[in-house]
Structures are given as C-alpha cells and as structure tokens.
Design a protein around this ligand. Structure first.
Ligand code: NAP
Length: 303
C-alpha cells in the first residue's frame, strides 16, 4: 500500500509528490495524459517567483524530473475512480487497482467548448484549444481567438506573431484578462477586436472556412478564417469523483485552503479545487499544502 497516491501530474500534483517524498513517504503519481498539465502548453511563464522567464515545457519538465529524482513513482494510467474501504483508498485505473492511505486529487481542468454543432468534428481541421500547440499551422493565414480572459489575450498575442491577421472575439466590451496584455494587443496592427459578439456557427467544407459571428445588437456576419482558437475558460476534471466527494455547483471539489475534502484522507489540490485564484503559483502552493496535510493524516493513521 502506498502512503500517498496523487492523481494528476500537473504543477499541483508534482509539487505534492516533492513534498510527500521529502517527508519520506511512498508516493505514486498517476497521470492519464502527459506530465505538466495545462502549463506544458503555455509558451512563456513570467509570473512565477524566481523564474523570471521560463517556457511552460521547461517548467513542467523540471518539476517532473525533480519529483522523479526524489523517488516518486510516476505511472501513465488514467484513473477511473477512487473507492473508500474503511481507511484504505483504492484508486482504480484502466489497468490496475492501487491501495493508499491517502489520496491527493490534482486533476486540474479541461477546455470548455463553445458547444457548436460541428465543433468536435473540426478539431484538427481548423478548430483548436491550444495556440502554442497549433499556432504554427497558421503562418501567413487568418486566425480568430474567442474569449476575453488571459488565455485568449495571450493566444491572440502569440498568434499575431505568426498569422497575417488575428480576430479577437469577445462576448463583452471589457476583457477579463490583464490590461497590460490588452495594451500590447492594441499596438499590433494585424489584430482586430470584435466586441460584444459570439461565434454562432462554424462553416466548413473539409476544413474550417469561416465563422458566423453574432453581435449582441443582433447583427450577423461571416468572417473568413483558417483557424479558430477557443479560449473560453476551463471546467474542472472531477466527474469521476462526483459520487465520492462534495463538489460545488460548478463541479469544483469543495475543499478549503487546507485542501481537505469531506472524505478523511482525500485532499484536493490545484485548479480542480473551489477557490478564488487559479494560477501556476497557487497550484504549486496547493500541492505543498495537500501533501503536508496528507503526511499529518498518515502519521495519525500509522499511530
Ligand atoms: P477565464 O479567465 O475564465 O476567461 C474565460 C473567458 O471566456 C471570459 O472572458 C468569458 O467571458 C469567456 N467565455 C466563457 N464562456 C464563453 C462562451 N460560451 N462564449 C464566449 N465566451 C465565453 O479563462 P482563461 O482565460 O482560460 O483563464 C483561466 C485562469 O487561468 C484565469 O484565472 C487566468 O487569469 C489564468 N491564466 C493566467 C495566465 C497568466 O497569468 N499568464 C495565462 C492564462 C490563464 P466573460 O469575461 O464575459 O465571462
């Protein structure tokens, strides 16, 4: 039986692994996709203390290596559910069942979709949720970004250096993201701001050809684009735990700043936890808090 099983190898999960190993506990990290979580797709990080400028890939790789070098076991298996059997937690993956004294859920969040009819079919054929992954395909082409948060702003900025023209489509006339990025975008002569508007249709042959955009005054127009980058926020990846834990109305795990859920020995860390600020630094902080709480729990468990 492991002392701590961590579900998710993003910044929260890997920080928890570092803290768990440094407290001399056995740690298994289970990850369904690749390590690094959301941050691996971030081009540049400039708001993490000490690392004045680092790529998302380098950040993710460093933290992965740090956890591994400390002795954390990391397996790439998707977790399907967690079951509680007295004080033992069974973590069930597609291949195996692993038992642990404590579990830290650091599953992060996934892309919110626009919910348009052919959106799923056009992924990889013009529709993308990751500008740094797919932006290079739009060199000297026309791209559009939907959203008004930091992701949309940063995606538009990134794409403005690749594509000939970038439309930034937001449903309001004020951005949720940082004003400093808005100012940088306003200086770009190939960025067109489309306010008070939503994308209502994706028009495609085999690939995306254009988008129908509806203004809040009811005006409808088509914009020819080669690529549409959807950056309208994220939803927590907690559906596998809905029968196990208390979630809030938006699907985030109800856990306070000590990362404790309503189930003793199960903790939540990072973007899947109900909280105000979801940043890289707060995800890492959650990982440290959750692991410390898990270690306290295990020490009582063993007593
Ligand atoms: P977000 O801040 O939740 O913004 C989502 C945006 O999408 C909002 O502007 C929202 O509009 C819009 N939206 C939501 N549903 C929509 C729909 N169905 N149709 C059209 N627009 C829709 O999400 P995010 O930008 O992904 O950022 C998530 C978190 O990560 C934030 O805390 C953000 O600050 C952080 N982040 C930080 C950095 C950084 O620090 N460098 C980089 C990226 C992300 P409304 O504004 O009208 O609600």
């Amino acid at each position: 039986m492991y002392d701590i099983i961590i579900v998710g190898a993003g910044p929260a999960g890997l920080t928890a692994a570092i803290y768990g190993k440094r407290a001399a506990k056995s740690v298994l990290v289970l990850e369904g996709a690749s390590y690094g979580g959301q941050i691996i797709n971030t081009a540049d990080i400039e708001n993490y203390p000490v690392a004045e400028h680092i790529s998302g890939f380098e950040f993710a790789t460093n933290i992965y290596n740090q956890a591994k070098n400390l002795g954390a076991e990391i397996k790439f298996e998707k977790v399907l559910s967690v079951e509680v059997d007295g004080s033992v937690k069974n973590v069930i993956t597609k291949k195996n069942t692993y038992a642990a004294k404590s579990v830290i859920l650091a599953t992060g969040s996934e892309n919110r979709k626009l919910g348009l009819e052919n959106e799923d079919d056009l992924v990889g054929r013009g529709v993308s949720y990751c500008a740094t992954c797919d932006g290079a395909f739009y060199k000297h082409k026309t791209a559009a970004v939907v959203g008004g948060g930091n992701t949309a702003l940063e995606d538009a900025l990134y794409l403005s250096n690749i594509a000939d023209k970038v439309y930034l489509i937001h449903r309001r006339d004020k951005f949720r993201g940082e004003e400093s990025t808005v100012e940088l975008l306003k200086k770009k002569d190939n960025v067109v701001f489309v306010y008070d508007s939503v994308v209502t249709k994706l028009i495609a042959d085999k690939k995306l050809q254009s988008i129908e955009v509806t203004n809040k005054d009811g005006t409808i127009r088509n914009i020819d684009v080669n690529g549409l980058f959807v950056a309208v926020g994220r939803i927590p990846t907690n559906s596998a735990f809905s029968g196990l834990l208390e979630l809030d109305e938006s699907g985030y795990v109800k856990a306070s700043e000590n990362c404790k859920t309503n189930v003793p020995g199960i903790f939540a860390a990072g973007d899947n936890r109900a909280k105000e600020v979801r940043q890289l630094v707060t995800a890492a902080a959650d990982g440290a808090v959750a692991a410390t709480q898990a270690v306290n729990y295990i020490n009582n468990f063993d007593a």
